[in-house]
Design a protein around this ligand. Structure first.
Ligand SMILES: Nc1ncnc2c1ncn2[C@@H]1O[C@H](COP(=O)(O)OP(=O)(O)OP(=O)(O)O)[C@@H](O)[C@H]1O
Ligand SMILES: [Mg+2]
Length: 406
């Protein structure tokens, strides 16, 4: 384990802190935060999706995950299985587009010995292996029509026959399917069976593109920054310069979370540690930034850099967390405005308040009297808020992280 991972084991330091802060800010949503620890992003649209997914997981119906590439459909599919009553049994993920038709059929339904040339032994198949579990059919839009018919029959009859077999077997498997293509159009074009579409579309879940998820971009940047720094053996987490951060925040992310993850990893490697500047961002991001309306960032920069210039103990991770709150409501013109998808005002205001409280405690070396003065609060009010929001523990984690020698 390197120095950084010792201090921020598996990024727990940052994540736990963010979770705690947000938990405190929105206690009614705690169950969602606990249920999906691996899923980063607490924008209102994401929380709504996760709340729906939590309910869906407890049911037994077929799920259809829709959304652009890289939005996290596969992540959600495995979370649904993990949170379902089927979790004790197997979860098998199959990419329908990556396997040739005949092989996919044999893999799904299994075969008897001698069923075809080369079948020198019996094979159970995924439906047998995932009995009482879950099968995730990724890229379902690519499933050949002949197999669509077979799958439909299995879903209707709850039985299937292995290739070359005479006795149908029970199919007790939950199907989660996913696609990034427009299945309705595929049905209209005769590429996807309408009856199968309705069978699969019992519980649809739409994963919103990253550009519509408000502050999630910043949380994901922070998360993957720490992860990539650890993965590449850095002793300190890299940081984005404010300019780089603004460009990344305003980018449209057509490849969604996958693209963001790759961009961060590449930038971490290219920077070799330390500060990641604009020059370490990929060409397509810089090009799209230049094409966009030039943004007079001055007003934003005042907000964005205030913590940096006034804090005695600058915290790279906290700077981005802070920016998450602010960037969610400030667009490229730097004016506070209500985003299209709306905001959770209570969560947002409490995040900003928590941010300032922690910074006041940092700056005063955890002196509650002085911190309260900086915040214009009396000491009792500050202490009450710390207790309510569990900030003492959070701050302890961060102070410990920052006091480590480099
Ligand atoms: N909210 C999230 N938090 C953390 N990691 C995420 C999140 N969403 C996606 N990822 C990560 O981004 C990558 C892409 O996600 P995933 O494979 O689930 O996308 P997908 O929607 O299935 O994409 P495709 O349609 O291209 O198959 C994965 O490495 C996944 O772990
Ligand atoms: Mg996928």
């Amino acid at each position: 384990m390197n120095e950084l991972s010792a201090r921020v084991p598996g990024m727990q330091g940052f994540d736990a802190r963010a979770m705690l802060l947000e938990d405190a800010a929105a206690p009614t949503r705690t169950s969602v935060f606990e249920a999906f620890p691996e899923i980063i992003g607490r924008s209102p649209v994401m929380v709504d999706t996760l709340e729906a997914v939590l309910k869906i997981a407890k049911s037994n119906g077929a799920v259809l995950l829709l959304g652009e590439s890289g939005t996290g459909k596969e992540l959600i599919a495995s979370a649904i299985h993990r949170l379902s009553q089927r979790a004790v049994n197997r979860y098998i993920a199959i990419n329908c587009g990556a396997i040739p038709e005949d092989l996919l059929e044999a893999e799904l339904f299994g075969y008897e010995k001698g069923a075809f040339t080369g079948a020198d032994r019996k094979r159970l198949g995924y439906f047998g292996e995932a009995h009482r579990g879950t099968i995730f059919l990724d890229e379902i839009g690519d499933m050949p029509l002949r197999l669509q018919v077979k799958l439909l029959r299995v879903l209707q009859e709850k039985r299937y026959s292995p290739l070359g077999g005479n006795h149908p077997l029970e199919a007790d498997v939950r199907i989660i399917a996913a696609t990034n293509v427009d299945l309705v159009r595929a049905v209209q074009n005769g590429k996807f069976r309408e009856d199968l579409f309705y069978r699969l579309n019992v519980l649809p879940v739409f994963m919103a593109p990253l550009r519509e998820r408000g502050g999630d971009i910043m949380s994901l940047l922070s998360h993957f920054l720490v992860k990539a720094s650890i993965d590449h053996g850095m002793d300190e987490p890299c940081q984005f310069s404010n300019d780089a951060l603004k460009i990344l925040h305003n980018y449209r992310w057509p490849g969604n979370v996958r693209e963001l993850q790759n961009v961060v990893e590449r930038a971490v490697v290219l920077s070799g540690g330390g500060m990641i500047g604009v020059s370490q961002l990929p060409r397509e991001i810089l090009d799209s930034h230049q094409l966009a309306q030039p943004s007079p960032a001055a007003e934003f920069a005042v907000l964005d850099s205030s913590s940096q210039t006034t804090s005695n103990m600058p915290s790279p991770l906290f700077e981005t967390f802070d920016a998450t709150s602010l960037m969610a409501i400030t667009g490229s013109e730097g004016k506070v405005s209500l985003p299209h998808e709306g905001v959770d005002l209570q969560v947002l205001m409490e995040m900003i308040e928590n941010t300032l409280i922690i910074q006041a405690l940092e700056r005063t070396g955890n002196n509650k009297n002085q911190a309260a003065k900086l915040l214009g609060l009396n000491r009792t009010t500050l202490v009450e808020r710390l207790k309510k929001r569990k900030i003492g523990f959070v701050n302890g984690t961060m102070a410990e992280f920052k006091k480590q020698p480099t």
